[in-house]
Design a protein around this ligand. Structure first.
Ligand SMILES: [Zn+2]
Length: 75
């Protein structure tokens, strides 16, 4: 369903494993359960970055998708 929609829109759809995308801070790479004190808040335990958890999660998913895409195109 999602794939068909993406193709219709001329887009590429990449399935990303969501594991750890909500608890890793992409800029310093620190991954910890404690980075998520609540559902909405993200606070990196290592560099003290604080932001919205959804924003951080979106960056991680985008990064994972981009990495998968590069791997697929290199193969
Ligand atoms: Zn950090």
């Amino acid at each position: 369903m999602l794939t068909a929609k993406a193709e219709k829109a001329g887009r590429e759809l990449i399935a990303v494993n969501p594991a750890n995308t909500s608890r890793t801070y992409p800029h310093c790479g620190h991954c910890a359960k404690g980075n998520r004190p609540s559902q909405a808040v993200f606070t990196c335990q290592q560099c003290s970055f604080t932001g919205h958890a959804d924003t951080v999660g979106a960056i991680n998913v985008l990064r994972a998708g981009t990495a998968l895409r590069q791997t697929a195109h290199a193969a």
